[in-house]
Design a protein around this ligand. Structure first.
Ligand SMILES: Cc1cc2nc3c(=O)[nH]c(=O)nc-3n(C[C@H](O)[C@H](O)[C@H](O)COP(=O)(O)O)c2cc1C
Length: 211
């Protein structure tokens, strides 16, 4: 088997949009980069606002580096050559074309606005276009919505996306492992995303494993 045929040697696309839950996207990318994945990231302007609200840091979305996302983290140096960032209207990015091969895409968190736009095929920004490409190419698309309660239109949009092949993975942490910290809750959701991307992880003890 050549390196070309090993799926996880292909880059993963990660998009963050303006739903609450920046920490899910941050943590997911941290684990992916630490485990050797290549990640192509794009962030919507609304996600930048949510990030500032939730993480207390302002991102310059024209140019986002790993240092901006993970200040003071030592592991980022070793991951720099596996990280690329694209602005949300950069339709020239590889992820905007089906000929650019990827191992899959995750939208974490996914706003109702982005979810609706993808369900209706708008391709109005790079995130929506890359998601459209992943669906048409029959590649993995993981959508991690966060909203409550959910309205009928939102539920219909989720059904549309699910029928088109996307995996709808709501940011809904379980409590059966008795989480003690916010990190535990974040890891619960991130572990489920990694499972869907078929990336090995030990973020949470699996039900049925040991105690
Ligand atoms: C602090 C904050 C929290 C938000 N939380 C949510 C949310 O949980 N779910 C959601 O669908 N929209 C949420 N929104 C609204 C979206 O950001 C808004 O609909 C935006 O247009 C989405 O754009 P995008 O999909 O391009 O990122 C939030 C906005 C702000 C400022």
């Amino acid at each position: 088997m050549t390196s070309e045929t090993i799926p996880n040697k292909l880059p993963y696309v990660l998009a963050m949009t303006g739903a609450s839950g920046s920490r899910y996207g941050l943590r997911l990318m941290e684990v992916m980069l630490q485990s050797g994945c290549e990640v192509h990231l794009t962030i919507s302007p609304s996600a930048g606002i949510v990030f500032q609200t939730e993480v207390n840091r302002t991102l310059d979305l024209k140019q986002v580096t790993l240092d901006d996302l993970y200040p003071d983290a030592e592991w980022t140096k070793a991951a720099e050559d596996r990280f690329s960032y694209y602005t949300h209207l950069d339709f020239g990015a590889g992820m905007a074309s089906g000929s650019f091969r990827t191992a899959g895409m995750a939208i974490v968190p996914c706003s109702m606005g982005t979810l609706s736009s993808i369900a209706h095929g708008l391709s109005g920004n790079l995130i929506q276009r890359a998601a459209d490409v992943h669906l048409k190419e029959r590649r993995k698309l993981i959508v991690v919505p966060r909203e409550t309660p959910l309205g009928t239109i939102q539920l219909r949009n989720m059904t549309t996306l699910s029928e088109a092949g996307a995996i709808i993975l709501p940011a809904m942490p379980g409590f059966y492992r008795q989480p003690e910290t916010v990190d535990d809750l974040v890891d619960f959701v991130v572990a489920r995303i990694l499972d869907q991307l078929e990336l090995p992880n030990t973020l949470m003890q699996r039900w049925g494993d040991g105690k």
